[in-house]
Design a protein around this ligand. Sequence first.
Ligand SMILES: NC(=O)c1ccc[n+]([C@@H]2O[C@H](COP(=O)([O-])OP(=O)(O)OC[C@H]3O[C@@H](n4cnc5c(N)ncnc54)[C@H](O)[C@@H]3O)[C@@H](O)[C@H]2O)c1
Ligand SMILES: O=C(O)CC[C@@H](O)C(=O)O
Length: 530
Amino acid sequence: MAPRVLVSDKLSETAVQIFRDRGIDVDFMPEVGKDKEKLLEIIGNYDGLAIRSATKVTEKLIEAADRLKVVGRAGIGVDNVDIPAASRRGIIVMNTPFGNSITTAEHAIAMIFAVARQLPEAHASTSAGKWEKSKFMGVEITGKTLGLIGCGNIGSIVAQRAIGLKMNVIAYDPFLSPERATELGVEKVELDDLFARADFISLHTPLTDKTRNIIDAAAIAKMKDGVRIINCARGGLIREADLVEALKSGKVAGAGIDVFETEPATKNDLFHLPNVVCTPHLGASTMEAQENVAIHIAEQMSDYLLKGAVANAINMPSITAEEAPRLKPFVKLAEVLGAFVGQVTESAIKEVEILYDGITADMNTKALTSAALAGLIRPQVSDVNMVSAPVMVKERGIIVSEVKRDKSGVFDGYIKLTVKTANNTRSVAGTVFSDGKPRFIQIKGINLDAEIGRHMVYTTNNDAPGIIGLLGTTFGKHGVNIANFQLGRNRPGGDAIALLYVDEPVSETVLDEVRAFPEILSAKPLVFDV
Ligand SMILES: NC(=O)c1ccc[n+]([C@@H]2O[C@H](COP(=O)([O-])OP(=O)(O)OC[C@H]3O[C@@H](n4cnc5c(N)ncnc54)[C@H](O)[C@@H]3O)[C@@H](O)[C@H]2O)c1
Ligand SMILES: O=C(O)CC[C@@H](O)C(=O)O
């Protein structure tokens, strides 16, 4: 059955065409995002949800979205999506980080000019028949200092444009490297330095606990008199009440505000203040940007739904369409290794170490680790996948580490999973053979070569003569057909293990009969999704 996608916000219809061309069933309902009840009623029919900012992807909506695999935001900010709730349900949330950057940067530059020359007010006055030539005395931007708070995709573009306009650009961004700052031609500064030196300040950070109210009364007090402030990033970065006061006192000479603490902003104390230019969250609103983000999100979502490729996901490592086929058998292997340990471990897991040897070390190990963790905790929480597993593992306080090393044995590469509980440490290693199928190559440090089937039985026993016969006879007596039988031991007469690949699940009655033999220490039924 073809995957089904709902477009619930006003996206360019190019997105709809892309979904159709890729063979995806798509419903284009650009108004339904605002109708919470209707959306709740229909969301269960879809594998994908394509949105802008009007649709609120709440926990309640996610709970009703039984089939949903991916939420695609045609744009950057995902503040309208409950990411933790989506992650817990294994739903990928992706955005389009680059499609509207130029457009938004241009809006910030437009705001700088509008505020420097009071363009909207001058227009309103002139159109009203007043000829108030002396009222609208502006400032040049040439030679002025622009302070950027946040210098990522959009901030960098604003910097480049502003430098072209002969401004001096300084930037506060803890994650901006000195090399990148030099390359852009901006001076990296501390925040207080920026406040003290900037004639114009433009915000370009996400809204986080650290950036909320980054401009408040205390920050404004540190700024130059007559500073002008632009926000085309997110409402909440500026404490609006404090800005209003500073505009009224003249400390701040002007502000260009595209985003608001509460949106839609239909009433706001910033409105109608002299030299405040407001736009209704128009940063990304150009034909070009909307076309870009629609194309990007439709392609990304289609790639995921049809090929398992993951790009620009907020809650899952990326997997390119090219690497997806090569990675797939190793994702299965990682999941199977996790599933083995998850099924044989009965006490709480404290630590997980995943060793990537040889070719596996050069693969997308983040994705492989996510798959191993999903296999590991699936016996405890059935509804888990590569998206939700890392979140769930973290919630349980399990420490996860990855180790990578060059090829060290006969295999081109293998993955070894070691899990520590309060009582013991358990390990299992496996690889993928040329047939593309995963194999166990080591369990408890004992080498073997075991094909993996859907139903298996794992026994630990003392190495003694007759174990093969004993297991074979018991299973045979109960009509259990053994497809493959692998044995291993650490030394003659020492610890031994057996892995039996059986055609059907083995009942507890049969396993109890096996467990009753004195040489058998444990017998565990296993199920693998292969
Ligand atoms: N107005 C609009 O319509 C519109 C359109 C697109 C994007 N946006 C918003 O613009 C903002 C920037 O988008 P982007 O694509 O440049 O994002 P980005 O992730 O590329 O850049 C954000 C930058 O902020 C920096 N940063 C993070 N925390 C910081 C802190 N505490 N102090 C200083 N810098 C910090 C990061 O290091 C990063 O370099 C986002 O909030 C985005 O949602 C708004
Ligand atoms: O979709 C929009 O118009 C706003 C987009 C913008 O805020 C974003 O974060 O990409």
